[in-house]
Design a protein around this ligand. Structure first.
Ligand SMILES: NC(=O)c1ccc[n+]([C@@H]2O[C@H](COP(=O)([O-])OP(=O)(O)OC[C@H]3O[C@@H](n4cnc5c(N)ncnc54)[C@H](O)[C@@H]3O)[C@@H](O)[C@H]2O)c1
Ligand SMILES: [Zn+2]
Ligand SMILES: [Zn+2]
Length: 370
């Protein structure tokens, strides 16, 4: 089978639209027709080289679609099923899965080569094998996926919207609720209101934070945060610091959540300074692999018992969190339709990423034609 896809051939290159050969599903795999894919900042980290991967690669790790064919031994999915894809595969049996930390599943080791769990590739073109980002490749119209990446969802959910629940939504929500442990009455500050950060705002508000301070230099981001749960907004970390000091009578925030597009030493320092004794900084955003972004006074770390916590997929279990997010969406507690600020055709993907970098979107969504 042939399929169109947006691929990256190396660091610093633009996304290229090309047609690839796609193998049929092997055992434990399914053929999915992607209907929509979210434009998450992490794909841009491949382009800049921040996140090292093998090239060439089909981009896209936030997606939803319809199962068209299943390979041998697939028991949980059937042709016609609607799925949201988890950007982290979950085997269910490794040491981390067995302990209920399936966001840390050992299959994550494949996220450099981005081949399927049997270590071979399904996309091919011009004599080369193409990886698929996070074992997905939702910037392809069709892809063959491990069933470990597919969460079956109800047929009546709008695929274009719920695609966001494959990455940005549970990542942001869980950064606040799971990794940050927001409790009723808390003061939570969120640095960076993109597709991840807006859901940290929603999660903190839903968990009962009394003050949710959203920090972003872009006005659209601050306005959107204010509509979706932020009680205060600030254009700079310094303005937020003053606000937090006033709101908490100098005590500091309970959590500082770092969801900026590219994490810097400055934003970590601001987050660390903003929290109270035994408060938590959660870092969900990424920077270059070799970048040392965490420079904080150890004095405060020890004597104020401050914590710094990483969060992958918001620290939650994908097969639990994705259905949970969809239930909250149905019940009206989680806004998703409001997060989609622009829709793009596959051919316009470079424009989509320019818009992301220019701060024009909360989340841009690529809609596949068929
Ligand atoms: N840990 C995970 O599991 C996980 C999952 C998905 C994405 N990510 C990462 O999370 C980050 C956010 O992704 P996104 O798709 O929401 O990105 P995005 O580009 O859509 O949004 C980032 C936002 O940060 C703002 N920003 C930039 N610098 C800032 C600063 N110093 N202070 C305040 N705001 C600032 C930008 O204006 C923008 O609104 C990226 O690094 C991405 O790779 C991590
Ligand atoms: Zn993502
Ligand atoms: Zn596992």
């Amino acid at each position: 089978m042939r399929t169109r896809a947006a691929v990256l051939r190396g660091i610093g290159k633009d996304w290229e639209i090309t047609e690839l050969d796609l193998d049929p599903p092997k055992a434990g795999e399914v053929l999915v027709r992607f209907t929509a894919a979210g434009l998450c900042h992490s794909d841009d980290h491949l382009r800049t080289g921040d996140v090292p991967v093998r090239f060439p690669i089909v981009g896209g790790h936030e997606g939803a679609g319809v199962v068209e064919e299943i390979g041998d031994g697939v028991s949980r999915l059937r042709p016609g099923d609607h799925v949201v894809c988890s950007f982290l595969p979950v085997c269910g049996h490794c040491r981390f899965c067995a302990r209920g930390m399936s966001n840390l599943c050992d299959l994550g080791a494949l996220l450099h080569d981005n081949c399927l769990p049997d270590r071979t590739f399904r996309f091919h073109g011009g004599g080369e094998d193409f990886g698929q980002m996070c074992l997905l490749g939702s910037f392809a119209q069709r892809a063959v996926l491990s069933e470990h990446s597919c969460v079956k969802i109800d047929d009546d959910l709008p695929l274009e919207t719920v695609a966001l629940v494959g990455c940005g939504v549970p990542t942001g929500w869980g950064t606040a609720v799971n990794a940050g442990g927001v409790r009723p009455g808390d003061t939570t500050v969120v640095y960076g209101v993109g597709g991840v950060g807006i859901n940290a705002v929603q999660g903190a508000a839903f968990a009962g934070a009394r003050h949710v301070i959203a920090v972003d230099p872009v006005e659209l981001k601050r306005e959107t945060a204010a509509k979706l749960g932020a009680t205060h907004t600030a254009a700079t970390a310094e303005a937020a610091r003053v606000m937090i000091a006033e709101l908490t009578r100098g005590v500091g925030a309970d959590q500082a959540l770092v969801t900026v597009g590219v994490v810097t030493e400055q934003v970590i320092a601001a987050a660390f300074a903003a929290i109270r004794k035994r408060g938590t900084v959660v870092v969900a955003g990424l920077a270059g692999r070799a970048e040392k972004t965490i420079h904080v006074p150890g004095f405060e770390l020890t004597l104020y018992e401050k914590r710094i916590q990483g969060a992958l997929f918001g620290g939650g279990n994908p097969f639990e969190e994705i259905p949970r997010m969809l239930d909250l969406y149905r019940a009206g507690h989680l806004k998703l339709d409001e997060l989609v600020t622009s829709r793009y055709r596959l051919d316009d993907i470079n424009q989509g990423y320019r818009d992301l970098l220019d701060g024009r979107n909360i989340r841009g969504v690529l809609i596949h034609e068929d």
